[in-house]
Design a protein around this ligand. Structure first.
Ligand code: FAD
Ligand code: DLZ
Ligand code: SF4
Length: 511
């Protein structure tokens, strides 16, 4: 006797053939549910390219499942019968098929986990095991530690997985080669860019739908060239390893006008939606290093981002609980200014980082951390608004990975769970690591007065404002000593110019 079917939920960022819910399901009996729904497209104003990537990859994945013999009930966004939400679609499909039970892989966002827990159907939530560190392993590592620093977690992960290890020692004798990864980049017309793919008919249909429905969201849909299948994403990985990885380490932190990718891989979105597994990415990097094709500083730098940072931020998100994205340890209240939505600005660094975010739905780590993130923190912007912005505008943004990076690493709004000190800098850092300051209307060398770089003013104003919290931090003592050594009059001028700049910004004037 054939038993009742169960519904197998596959979300837009769970597009892996071996995802837990599919592994537990029975092809002959169960029904896969996939749904493009307004509740997911509307919780923040996603960049149109992000919605297009997710829908195009969902539709291709559904076609693959069907060709492998699965029964798939797929809801398109414009389906007149849609219930408009994930739980709503499960209820509708349960009624249609007579299914009473749901197999689901744990979503990467508390909001959706709670929605599934509240769903009146019987939902089995299976752990998402596409990661190196299961929840229990991270909790075990975190237990009893006073500080949860990524570097120690990363070393444990290296030992556990054996990546770049010689017995129990890191290859080359050091765990971390970041010292070598801070070079400036020079313009290079022959630098390889990430691989691009011409949209097929399925993707074209999605692009038309997204253009019609989300054309007013911040971000350009034109020039959509992302991989939308697992096969394409694997080609993008191979291309990165062959053409870009060797040079990745050296200029990992550099920024260059008109070169949005440098040697960055653009693989985050593919990993985050399930087209690539982090293991196959790390395996490919390890193999390239073993073959002598790439230097150790590049291989280690890249593996650390995935095995270390990516796993670590996920661990923090689930460890800290649903209130994490709303934390505001520094009590920052200023509204996000229009410059984040593309308003004209004379600050070249902000214009570059926000401009390429608008066109590509992409900015690399240092642009996110040390330009837009640094500015938000120095300006005292409300971290909840900053979080919403990052969750909206990047192609790879899902809350489990975005919130710890934004709220924790970038805005210090978690009070130091992730970062031991705030990631703030004056214009000097941006000038050292980029060509943005050349030709900027502001002068990075001017600390106060006419033309002073806003980062220079806001940097000291931030430190002064947050003295109670940071003056005792042993890594910040010398900075406060420098501030205190300045003449009182100079300090006052800097503070009043910083305040005037922020007032102008909040009044909507061009900054
Ligand atoms: P590469 O430079 O080629 O790095 C390789 C891979 O390492 C990435 O693909 C990514 O999977 C991983 N990685 C690197 N740094 C991190 C990190 N800090 N946390 C997690 N994974 C990391 N990453 C996201 O995937 N989604 C986000 O929503 C996101 N939001 C961010 C917000 C802020 C404020 C900051 C500072 C960082 C954020 N990051 C986020 C981390 C990082 O910036 C991106 O992973 C990276 O820029 C993606 O581009 P890439 O694939 O070219 O990366
Ligand atoms: C981000 C996103 C968007 C824009 N749309 C959908 C959708 O229509 N259907 C779907 O299943 N998933 C979508 N997603 C991804 C979810 O928002 C994601 O699964 C949760 O945020 C958990 O990470
Ligand atoms: Fe940015 Fe200041 Fe440099 Fe202009 S001078 S690009 S505002 S850091």
């Amino acid at each position: 006797m054939v038993s009742d079917p169960r519904l197998v939920l596959v979300l837009g960022d769970q597009l892996s053939p071996d995802i837990a819910a599919l592994r537990q399901a029975d092809k002959a009996r169960d029904v896969v549910v996939m749904a493009e729904v307004a509740s997911e497209t509307g919780y923040v104003p996603h960049h149109p390219k992000k919605i297009a990537l997710i829908f195009a990859a969902m539709r291709h994945f559904a076609q693959e499942l069907e060709s492998e013999g699965w029964t798939v009930r797929y809801t398109r966004l414009d389906d007149p019968d849609t219930a408009g939400s994930i739980p709503g679609e499960l209820l509708r499909r349960a009624e249609e098929t007579g299914a009473g039970k749901v197999l689901a892989t744990e979503p990467g966002e508390w909001r959706l986990i709670e929605a599934l827990r509240d769903c009146p159907l019987e939902v089995s939530l299976l752990e998402d095991d596409r990661f190196f560190a299961p929840h229990a392993a991270f909790e075990h590592w975190a237990e009893g530690r006073k500080e949860l620093r990524m570097e120690y977690f990363y070393r444990q992960m290296r030992r556990k997985t054996g990546y770049l290890m010689q017995g129990d020692k890191p290859v080359g004798g050091k765990w971390n080669y970041d010292q070598q990864n801070r070079k400036r980049a020079e313009p290079d017309l022959f630098r390889s860019a990430p691989m691009q793919f011409t949209p097929d008919e399925t993707t074209q249909e999605v692009l038309t739908l997204v253009g019609d429905r989300f054309g007013r969201n911040f971000g350009d849909l034109d020039g959509f060239r992302f991989a939308v299948t697992r096969g394409q994403a694997r080609r993008a990985l191979a291309h990165f390893v062959t053409h870009q990885l060797a040079g990745f380490g050296d200029i990992q932190d550099a920024m260059l006008r008109g070169d949005p990718y440098l040697n960055h891989s653009l693989l985050s979105a593919y990993m985050n939606i399930g087209l690539l597994s982090p293991r196959e990415v790390c395996d490919a990097v390890q193999a390239a290093w073993e073959a002598g094709d790439v230097p150790l500083n590049s291989a280690e730098g890249y593996i650390r981002q995935i095995l270390g940072w990516r796993e670590y931020v996920r661990g923090i998100y689930f460890l800290e609980g649903p209130d994490y994205p709303r934390r505001n340890a520094l009590n920052h209240r200023r509204a996000l200014p229009p410059v984040y939505w593309g308003a004209e600005t004379q600050m070249t660094c902000m214009a570059e980082a926000v401009g390429q975010t608008k066109t590509e739905a992409y900015a690399h780590h240092i642009q996110r951390l040390m330009v837009t993130g640094n500015f938000a923190l120095l300006a005292g912007l409300n971290p909840a608004e900053v979080h919403e912005w990052y969750l909206s505008v990047y192609i790879d943004a899902f809350e489990w990975v975005e919130a710890p990076n934004t709220v924790g690493m970038s805005q210090f709004a978690d009070g130091g769970v992730i970062a031991s000190k705030p990631y703030v800098s004056s214009g000097n850092y941006i000038s050292k690591m980029s060509d943005y300051c050349d030709g900027c209307a502001y002068d990075v060398k001017t600390k106060q007065g006419k033309g002073a770089c806003p980062f220079n003013l806001l940097y000291w104003a931030f430190l002064d404002r947050q003295r109670d919290r940071f003056a005792e931090n042993h890594r910040m003592g010398t900075i406060y000593a420098t501030w205190d050594r300045m003449e009182a009059e100079k300090r006052e001028t800097i503070l009043s110019e910083a305040a005037a700049f922020l007032d102008r910004m909040s009044a909507g004037e061009t900054i």
